[in-house]
Design a protein around this ligand. Sequence first.
Ligand SMILES: Cc1cc2nc3c(=O)[nH]c(=O)nc-3n(C[C@H](O)[C@H](O)[C@H](O)COP(=O)(O)OP(=O)(O)OC[C@H]3O[C@@H](n4cnc5c(N)ncnc54)[C@H](O)[C@@H]3O)c2cc1C
Length: 623
Amino acid sequence: MTDDRLGMHEPISRRDFLNGTLLASAGLVLGRHAPVFGPVAPADAWDGYGGVGDYARAHGDGYEVMSAGHRMRDGAFERAMAGAIDTGERYDLVCVGGGISGLAAAVFFQRQRGGRCLVLDNHAIFGGEAKRNEFTIDGQTVVAHQGSAIFLVPQPGGYTDAFYKLIGMDRSAFAYQSWRGPAPEMPLGHSPYDEPQQYGFYFGSQFGARPGVWVFDPWGRQLDGAPLPDAVKADLLRWRSVDTAGLRPTTEGDAVSRQLDAITLEAHLMARHQISRETVRTFLSPVEGGGYGLGPDVLSAYCNYAIETQFPGDGDDAQGDQMFPDGNTGFARLMVKTLIPDAFAGPRTVDAVWQNRVRFGALDRAGQATRIRLNATVIRVAHAGDPVRAPHVVITYVRGNRLFTLQARAVVMAGGSWTTKHIVGDLPDGHRAAYAQFYRSPCLMANIAVRHWRFLYRMGISGCRWFEGLGNYLSVRKQATVGGMAPSFGPDSPTVLTIKVLFALPGLPIGEQGSRGRTQLLGTSFAHYERAFREQLGDMFAPGGFDPRKDIAGLILNRWGHAYVNPQPGFFFGTGGQPAPRDVLRERPHGRIAFANTDLAGAMDHRNSIREAERAVNQLAGV
Ligand SMILES: Cc1cc2nc3c(=O)[nH]c(=O)nc-3n(C[C@H](O)[C@H](O)[C@H](O)COP(=O)(O)OP(=O)(O)OC[C@H]3O[C@@H](n4cnc5c(N)ncnc54)[C@H](O)[C@@H]3O)c2cc1C
C-alpha cells in the first residue's frame, strides 16, 4: 500500500516534531545493536511521539536512557569518574531504580526506620515499567499502560492487601465503564490479557491468502475454516481443552515445582497436551510463557506456574483482572504521594493521585525525608574501602553530560539484573556468577490510539489473535472509572489498542534469542514501525471498514530493551546441588548493599518488586 493510503503523511501525533538532529552515529551508541533497517537513527526519529502529560518525555527506554546505559556497560565513563563532582550529600538509604521496587524500598525504609532517603532513576519520570501513555484525541484524553498492567484483587488481610493499604489504595477492585453504544452490547474485558467473548483469529498472507482469512469464534467453531493442517488443529484443540487441574505446584519449592524447573516449558507443553514441537513454537510461544518474552524451548517449565504459586491467596476469580486505566502506574503514583505528599495536589486518594499532575519540582527538594532524582543514570556503586568495615557506599551517576557522586549508609539495588551487574564495582565473584545466569529479553509495547473502534464492532469482535507480523493479540477494554474517566464507553469512543511485540526465536540459545531481539528492537526506526503497524491493521481490519489514514490518531512506541526475566531450567531451585542464582542474591547482601527488583523472584510481577524490596530493606537494618 502507498504511504499516502496508509496515512504516513497525516498530521497525527507522531513524528511531526522531528528536528532531525543527529545525536550520534547509531553504530557508535548502539554498540552491539547496529541497526538492521535503514541507516543512522537520529534520537527523535528513534523515539517518535511521546504523547501528552506527565509521561510525554518518558516512553519505554528512550534514546538518551538507552545510550547512557550502553555507555555505562561499555565502560565509557571509567576515566571521567575520578573527576565526578561530589554533591556533598549523605543519605541513610539510596535506592538505585525508581520503579515499583525502588519506590517500595523507600516506603518500607521510611515506615520502619525513617531517615534521609534518595531514589535515583534514569528516566524522566518514576515508575520503571509501570508508566502511562496519554493521548488527546479530538479533545478527549485516552490513556494506556506502557508495560506493567494488571493486578489481582488481594486476599483480604494478606501481604498485598496490607501493602496497598499502606500506600493509600482505597479500594480492592474497580468499577468499570458501562456500555454506551448500539444494541446489542458487546461484552468487554477489563485488561489487555482477557480473551473477550467475541473473539477472532486472523490468518494472514503466510497462511496462503492476502487479504487473509478471519475465523470468528475460533474455539466455539473448533477452528473450522482455519487454513491449518488437520494435525495442527487437533493439537490446538487438545491444548485448549486440557483442564487446568492437572499436576500443579502448590507451594514454591515443593516436589512438583522442582520437577517442572528441571525441564523446559516446551517439553512440558508437548508432554502435557500431547502436541508437536512445531505447534508449540508457531502458535503457543507468545501465550504460553508470553510473560517471559522468549521461546518456551529455553524457559523453565515452572515459569508458567511461578506467579500463581508465589501469591496463592490473591485473585478473586469473580472479579477478574483489575487495572487502573494506565496499568500499575497507579501504584507508583500512590507510593510517590505517600513518600512526598507535595508531589501531587489534593488528598492521598486513588482519584486525586490518578488525575492530578505530578509536581516535578517537589520531587527532589533539599530538606525532605525522601527525594526522587530523575534523569540520573547510576554508573558505579562501591563501598568506600573494605565492604565489611567501610563507613559508607559511594554512588556515582551521570546526569546530562556531568558526573556526580554522593554517599549512603546503605543501598538497595532495585534497577534489575541487567544493570546491577555492571554497576556494583566491588561485587563478589559469587554474586557476579549468579547475575551471569540472569537473562532479560526485549519487548515493544505499541500503543495505537484510534478515533473509534466501530470497525471491530462491525466485525463482531472486541479482540483477536494473529500469527505473523508484529505482535500477536489485542483487545478493546473498558476502563476503571477513576478520576475524571468517562463513565461509559462504546464503539464510537476513542481508545488505545495496545500491541505487545515479543522477540521469541525458538531454536536459538537463550542469550542469543534476547540479543537478536534487542538488535531488531533497537535497530528499527519509528517510521519503519509506524508503517508496518498501519499496514498490518489496515489488512486485518479492512472487513470492518478500518481506514488507517483516518482512524489512527496517534502512535507511541515503548521500547523496553530488558523487559522480561527469562528463567532457564534450574533458575528457580538450582541445579547439581548448587543454590539457585536468585537465592545467592536474595540471601547474601553485600556489605551495605542489598538487591531487589522483581527479577530476583524469577517472575515479573509488581508484588514481587514489593516483596523483594521489603526483604532488601530488612537485610540492611543493622548497617
Ligand atoms: C510489558 C510488560 C508487562 C507487564 N505486565 C505486568 C502486569 O500486568 N502485572 C504485573 O504485576 N507486572 C507486570 N509486569 C512486570 C513489571 O516488571 C513489574 O510489575 C514492575 O513494574 C517492575 O518493577 P521493578 O521496580 O521491579 O522494575 P522496573 O520497573 O524495571 O524498575 C527499575 C527502574 O530502575 C531503572 N534503572 C535501572 N538501572 C538504572 C541505573 N543504572 N540508574 C538509574 N536507574 C536505573 C530502570 O530504568 C527502571 O526505571 C510487566 C512487565 C512488562 C515488561
